[in-house]
Design a protein around this ligand. Structure first.
Ligand SMILES: Nc1ncnc2c1ncn2[C@@H]1O[C@H](COP(=O)(O)OP(=O)(O)OP(=O)(O)O)[C@@H](O)[C@H]1O
Length: 547
């Protein structure tokens, strides 16, 4: 249906739509944890330059020297796991998991981590960072004296902190896979949205040395689970997955508290596909001064994969649903085994888009923080295992989640920041596979393209929308519950209000929100509770209706 004549174009917290971060009132009122937090990024802390934590990785001129490894997009290195000094039981686990050769980041980090050094590692999405930090952590535990069976609360030796529940779930599953031949090493998952009491019981009955957690729930256990704080005194390795997300302002206080509760004598590993400068400046919160920065993204190469075709489309809001529908039907007709993720700005907008696409008879699932954890786990598992499915998602799936063979990632509306764009796009093109990404922006969101102008993203011409598509979409929109449209409108307002760029001019913001409401087929913008408007700083702005 669409023909893209593409032309070159030089064109935040991020929304952690997840329940374990610091919850402000925004969570309840605007919906999405992410919206607010994303935009309150940590300001560059110039008083703590990276040189102050340089260690061996800074040369005499104070320039950070990174260890380059691997090449371009090559997925696996030439080095085999059995060439590395891993214990026989761990090697057996690696082999049983089907891994033979190391990926570039594994090859680059494993020897350094095994030496006991703190490592900050940057490697592209889907290149095996989880195995890279789990293997040496397992080695540390396997060398410790075995736990005394009578000991009621054995120490925890490794803590892995992940920004979302899905990611934590995935890391603990990978750990269990690698631990197949280490029956005495236990893993426990502690994440928000599940019953604390159940986790407390499990921790009591099944001793674990490796704990995988989201920050909020970990803090809860520190404060409320008897004996937990003592068990943490045994920690030898702390891992912060998606370190930049965890160290930005949204999570920083939680991480500071967690770090303060752990022994100083420990090894700390920070992994992410994106490591902005301000994160390097704050990583001293958790790491030793002589940390090593291992960067497997070669100087001058992009942080995204070259085998993933990236495009952006700029279109007014009233055309976006039709464009989305057209993009999806085109993609489905060209890919029998299609597997698509559509990222939306907030949980409630996600819900609305999923409802609309389901009305359009597409095979759709939705995932976001407003869904119960049991539902999220089920949908995530289903999407992992299936083909011929579209997952409409908030940023709960933006980072780290390893859905195999995703063929297309669509992002509608401005991502919270450059990093979030890269991580979302990184759900496709994993393990060297091909994929494509489309960013759909409104004209007033075009400013975002400046922040990704170094990435190989091309501009697609505005697709023509045929009358049939337009009618179908209008009809489907008319069937979407009015209540859901109202909730999406409010969430939209909250999200863009907290956007530094768009939320600056409140009059303009309201006019854009009302454009969004019209694009949903609403004649009048929905009324928003007075309290919500006050908290957004939007009371008395003409064009808004209050109730
Ligand atoms: N050495 C290896 N050989 C083959 N497959 C591997 C190897 N290491 C990891 N994998 C697989 O590669 C996939 C991607 O790994 P993983 O999810 O850890 O990537 P990541 O770098 O953490 O991605 P993201 O930045 O999105 O979090 C997983 O399916 C994992 O099982």
């Amino acid at each position: 249906m669409f023909d893209f004549g593409s032309s070159e174009d030089d064109g935040e917290l991020g929304e952690v739509d997840e329940d374990d971060g610091p919850s402000g009132f925004e969570d309840d009122l605007f919906d999405d944890e992410g919206g607010e937090k994303d935009l309150v990024k940590s300001p560059a802390n110039n008083s703590a330059p990276f040189e102050s934590i340089k260690g061996e990785s800074v040369n005499q001129d104070g320039v950070v020297c990174t260890r380059e490894s691997g090449g371009g997009d090559s997925y696996l290195s030439q080095t085999r796991f059995d060439e590395c000094s891993l214990s026989p039981l761990t090697l057996k686990g690696v082999k049983a998991a089907g891994y033979e050769r190391m990926t570039a980041v594994q090859e680059a980090t494993l020897p350094i981590i095994l030496k006991g050094k703190d490592v900050l590692a940057k490697a592209k999405t889907g290149t095996g960072k989880t195995v890279a930090f789990l293997l040496p952590a397992i080695e540390v535990v396997s060398k410790l004296p075995p736990i005394d069976r009578d000991q009621k609360r054995p120490p925890i030796s490794v803590v892995v902190v992940c920004p979302t529940r899905e990611l934590a779930d995935q890391a603990s599953a990978e750990a269990n896979k690698l631990l197949k031949f280490h029956p005495s090493i236990g893993v426990q998952l502690v994440i928000g949205g599940t019953r604390m009491a159940l986790e407390q019981k499990r921790m009591h009955t099944n001793p674990c040395q490796i704990l995988v957690a989201t920050p909020g729930r970990l803090k809860d256990h520190m404060e409320n689970t008897p004996g937990f704080a003592t068990r943490l005194m045994g920690v030898k390795v702390l891992i912060l997955e998606e370190a930049d997300r965890l160290l930005d302002m949204g999570f920083r206080t939680d991480i500071e508290r967690i770090v303060a509760a752990l022994p100083k004598q420990r090894q700390t590993l920070l992994f992410s596909a994106t490591v902005p400068d301000e994160v390097r400046q704050v990583c001293h919160i958790a790491m030793k001064r002589d940390l090593e920065f291992v960067n497997t993204v070669q100087e001058g190469s992009e942080e995204t994969h070259s085998q993933v075709k990236q495009m952006h489309i700029v279109a007014p809001l009233d055309k976006q649903f039709s464009i989305l529908y057209g993009l999806l039907t085109d993609h489905i007709s060209e890919n029998v085994d299609y597997k698509v993720i559509v990222f939306c700005t907030t949980a409630k907008v996600t819900s609305l888009v999923a409802e609309l696409l389901a009305e359009l008879k597409l095979n759709v699932r939705e995932i976001h923080s407003r869904k119960p954890q049991s539902y999220r786990t089920r949908i995530s598992k289903e999407f992992k295992e299936s083909k011929g499915l579209i997952l409409v998602s908030s940023d709960v799936s933006a980072r780290g989640v390893d859905y195999p063979n995703v063929t297309l990632v669509v992002q509608i509306g401005v991502p919270t920041d450059r990093e979030q764009y890269i991580h979302r796009l990184g759900r496709t093109g994993r393990r060297g596979n091909e994929g494509s990404g489309i960013l759909l922006l409104a004209p007033w969101e075009e400013y975002f393209l400046r922040s990704i102008k170094d990435l190989p993203i091309t501009e697609a011409t505005l697709p023509l929308i045929d009358l049939d598509t337009k009618r179908k979409v209008e009809k489907a929109l008319a069937h979407v519950e009015v209540k859901d449209k109202e909730l999406a409108y409010q969430a939209w307002l909250g999200y863009y209000n907290s956007n530094k760029y768009i939320g600056r001019d409140k009059y303009q913001l309201v006019s854009l929100a009302n454009e969004f409401s019209r694009s949903l087929g609403l004649n009048n913008p929905p009324a928003v509770p007075k309290l919500v408007l006050r908290k957004m700083g939007l009371n008395n702005i003409p064009g808004l209706r209050s109730k």
